[in-house]
Design a protein around this ligand. Structure first.
Ligand code: PFF
Length: 460
């Protein structure tokens, strides 16, 4: 008898899973689309020269991002386990499970600082709504942001609220928590970003921003810009730490994984471009420097909104968008940890969620406090926040992605890959040869270059 209920696609093995195809896409795209798209992508694009950087980023997404995502989905779905358990089940008695442990560690690190930035965003929703940001001049806006993030109690309170929301959704499980909320929040996010795009693109002088994004100028592109693009492809698509292995484990055996990976990759890229289209036309229309760096979203954007009629509303909408995007990503990071605690440590979901949420929130407090003078110890010249960010993005994600592609390319090879990709021969797969080439050679090589650069062994 089939292991599945064909109508609803629900696995009847007792393990919680996604119940619909749209739910799978919404949850996985929800993970991919986050602070990376709306906060990070526009500012790194601005800092690396605009359009040419975007072209390189798109190549990285297609050549490396897509095969890593597909590999993660395949590993997870085949094993039906969390990131660590998947490798233990598929390759018992080998060190491959260490790839899962790196992901587990990366989840703690990323969510600890991610929750802090998401907390800032939640605070900005509140500040924008109550009009506290209106009427501030650019200097005051900068002082407001600096004063807030270096404070002791306030950023921690907002971070705790955000983490509590994240924990609340994960606590409810895959179908009734993650899938249910992703299906509501993702369409809302799309709607919000389109509204903001229309607003930005109809500003007088918006054309210069569109040109900055889409008219290629390769002279502005540096070798280090290429590496930033590759690293960001990992972060933005939630790859290299087992998030997509974990989500893959909840996907029905009937789903076409190649199609899902393609749709999620496209959705993430389109939203990043739409975020750029909401931000740069406004940046140019108001004559502001596009390469403002990480503060672009928290200082430059509210400044721009203040110069527009109805600025309070636009600011509020923008930070609601940013917070929602962060929430659907944060739940996917937390799920990596919770799935491990439930399946390998045999905790109840409720206990696992509480333990994971509380411990990550506490580490996050250190990230938040390290922005000010309360906890200003430096590690390798970095404060705790930057240490978590740097180590996860430059070491753990690339290494994780490297091992994942090597695993599929060399341990599985074409035969096992085809069986998994074609749902045991039910789908015809025309791109197996290309995928194997990418997984065996091209992706690992490119990732190795990013990694060696990230840790400073190779320098461009
Ligand atoms: N992809 C998310 C973003 O772009 O904000 C961040 C992220 C989520 C990174 C999940 C890694 C991860 F496993």
């Amino acid at each position: 008898m089939s292991d599945f209920d064909s109508k609803s696609q629900v696995q009847t093995s007792g393990r919680d899973s996604f119940a619909s195809s749209f739910g799978v896409i919404a949850a996985a795209a929800g993970s991919a689309i986050g602070l990376g798209n709306i906060w990070k992508f526009p500012y790194i694009t601005g800092m690396n020269g605009g359009s040419a950087f975007i072209i390189v980023y798109l190549v990285c997404i297609a050549v490396i991002g897509f095969p890593v995502m597909l590999s993660e989905f395949m590993i997870g779905r085949k094993a039906e386990r969390n990131a660590i358990g998947s490798f233990k089940k598929l390759s018992p008695g080998t060190p491959w499970f260490l790839t899962g442990w790196m992901g587990f560690l990366a989840a703690f690190m990323i969510l600890s600082f991610y929750g802090v930035v998401a907390g800032w965003s939640l605070n900005y929703v509140f500040q924008a709504m109550t009009g506290s940001l209106s009427g501030l001049n650019p200097q005051q806006m900068g002082d407001f942001f600096g004063g807030f993030i270096t404070g002791t109690i306030s950023p921690i309170i907002w971070q705790t609220i955000f983490m509590a929301l994240t924990g609340y959704i994960v606590y409810a499980g895959i179908k009734n928590g993650i899938e249910k909320w992703s299906k509501i929040l993702m369409p809302l996010l799309l709607l919000l970003i389109i509204v903001l795009d229309v607003r930005a693109l109809t500003l007088p002088g918006a054309g210069a921003g569109v040109e900055f994004l889409f008219k290629p100028d390769f002279s502005a592109l540096t070798a280090s810009g290429v590496l930033v693009a590759l690293g960001h492809a990992f972060f933005s698509l939630s790859l290299g730490m087992g998030t997509m292995i974990t989500y893959g484990s909840y996907i029905s055996k009937k789903e076409n994984l190649g199609k899902v990976a393609m749709q999620v990759t496209i959705a993430d890229t389109v939203i990043a471009l739409l975020a750029g289209l909401a931000i740069f036309p406004a940046v140019f229309a108001f004559g502001i420097e596009p390469g403002a760096g990480p503060s672009l979203v928290f200082i430059t954007i509210p400044n721009i909104f203040n110069m527009m009629p109805g600025g309070m509303i636009w600011s509020t909408l923008f930070f609601v968008l940013l917070s929602l995007a962060a929430l659907t990503s944060a739940i996917s990071i937390l799920e990596v940890v919770v799935a491990y605690l439930v399946e390998e440590v045999k905790m109840s979901r409720h206990k696992g969620t509480i333990i994971a949420t509380v411990s990550i929130t506490l580490i996050g407090y250190l990230c938040s406090l390290s922005m000010g003078s309360t906890f200003d110890t430096l590690f390798f010249g970095k404060n705790f926040f930057d240490l978590m960010d740097w180590t996860s993005a430059n070491v753990l994600l690339p290494l994780g992605g490297l091992f994942i592609t090597l695993y599929v390319g060399w341990v599985w090879g074409p035969k096992t890959t085809l069986t998994e990709l074609s749902n045991n021969g039910e789908l015809s797969i025309s791109y197996l040869g290309v995928l194997m080439f990418l997984c065996k050679f091209l992706a690992p090589l490119a990732i190795a270059i990013v990694f060696l650069n990230g840790i400073g062994i190779l320098s461009f």
